[in-house]
Ligand binder design. Structure first.
Ligand SMILES: [Fe+2]
Length: 383
């Protein structure tokens, strides 16, 4: 059965079949939706609460459900009356399009990360603390940078101890850990982490030994008059994609062979296991975890040890390569935030005995993305 409609953006034709309802859109897009799925996602107030939660019991839907009638709605959507209980469902054309079964179509509608290498990120994304903390438009712009690039700088953050947690509270919540709500990064006698020395730190993600890993890290420079101590950052997604293209066998090993990380001091013992590159079920790179200092001995089969070291060393050297790595100097009042599942950070060594003093803390990306979505639909910052 075929019905026709001609509103712009609307579903223009319906094709009723045994197992599904086929639909055509004005731009030529075709979709097919299973009847059980359509019934399950009926948006009416009997089936969905106004808070968005499902009321309908999915398990109660007959597996052989079919429509009694179908029609194009006046607004370009689709009306269905179901045969088994005469329940009426109306779906908007936009909702149906946004929930297409096609991975490609869904991907087109999702914001994709903007991958960068050294050439592509000549100037770092940055905002001003004064603006970001007083204007919702500036906050939205800054959070968009974090979402797109996995890194952003904030200039002019007052050099006051703990002020970086105020930055987190602009979009979310501090993730407190055994290191406290925030922690000082400066040279220490007898440090429990080489971050608290003047040694260089190779590109790494923080805390790979936690489960779950903190997904955001902030570092705020309170003072620095040292020689050296430059910050380095690298887009792990970009490097992983280059590895996928150039060395597919090594990419395959790093996405399938798990390794363990641990952290230990007198009060805690943390450990977690993960692949170094994580993929979505569709094969997209969705996470990178790399921290040479916190890695446990690889527990692999004899035959796998050599190729795994080969893959590990290739990935490590790409992460340190000037082709991918960006280096910059943090001045007092500068803060940077990184997506700790994507962008690796490090530093060059610096002269010990200097005044380099940073404070760091963790937060989570889900809250940041939530804030960004809310700001994007026009909400203002609460005072
Ligand atoms: Fe770190």
């Amino acid at each position: 059965m075929t019905t026709q409609h001609s509103l712009p953006g609307a579903v223009t034709e319906l094709h009723r079949r045994q197992q599904d309802l086929g639909m055509s859109w004005a731009d030529g897009h075709l979709g097919a939706f299973r009847y059980i799925w359509l019934r399950d996602n009926c948006p009416c107030s009997d089936c969905r609460h106004s808070n968005g939660q499902r009321i309908l019991d999915t398990a109660s839907i007959p597996r052989d459900i079919s429509p009694k009638s179908i029609a194009l709605a006046e607004d370009g959507g689709v009306d269905i009356v179901w045969a088994y209980d005469s329940h009426a469902s109306r779906f908007s054309a936009g909702w149906l399009r946004g929930h297409s079964y096609s991975d490609k179509e869904r991907e087109n509608q999702r914001r994709q990360p903007r991958l960068w290498n050294a050439e592509g990120l000549r100037s770092l994304p940055e905002g001003s603390y004064t603006m970001v903390s007083t204007s919702s438009a500036s906050l939205r712009a800054w959070l968009t940078m974090v979402s797109d690039y996995g890194i952003a700088i904030l200039r002019g953050v007052p050099c006051v101890s703990g002020r970086l947690t105020d930055v987190v509270e602009l979009f979310g919540y501090v993730r407190e850990t055994n290191f406290g709500r925030y922690f000082d990064v400066r040279t220490m006698v007898d440090p429990n982490d080489i971050a608290y020395t003047s040694l260089a730190l190779s590109a790494h993600t923080d805390n790979p030994y936690r489960d779950p890993v903190p997904t955001l890290q902030l570092l705020h420079c309170l003072s620095s008059d040292d020689i050296g101590g430059d910050t380095t950052v690298v887009d792990g997604f970009c490097v992983a994609e280059a590895l996928r293209v150039g060395e597919p066998g090594k990419f395959q090993l790093l996405t399938t062979v798990p390794v363990r990380f641990h952290y230990q001091d007198k009060d805690c013992y943390l450990e977690a296991e993960s692949t170094l590159i994580q993929l979505s079920p569709q094969g997209q790179v969705v996470g990178v975890k790399f921290n040479n200092a916190s890695g446990d001995p690889f527990c692999l089969d004899y035959d796998l040890m050599e190729p795994f070291y080969d893959a590990y060393q290739t990935f490590a050297s790409m992460l340190e390569s000037p082709e991918f790595q960006v280096r910059f100097k943090l001045d007092p009042g500068d803060l940077y935030i990184v997506d700790n599942t994507r962008v690796l950070h490090g530093r060059t060594k610096f002269s010990s005995g200097g005044k380099r003093h940073l404070q760091g803390c963790y937060a989570d990306r889900d809250a940041l993305l939530s804030r960004l979505r809310v700001l994007s639909i026009g909400e203002v910052i609460p005072s």
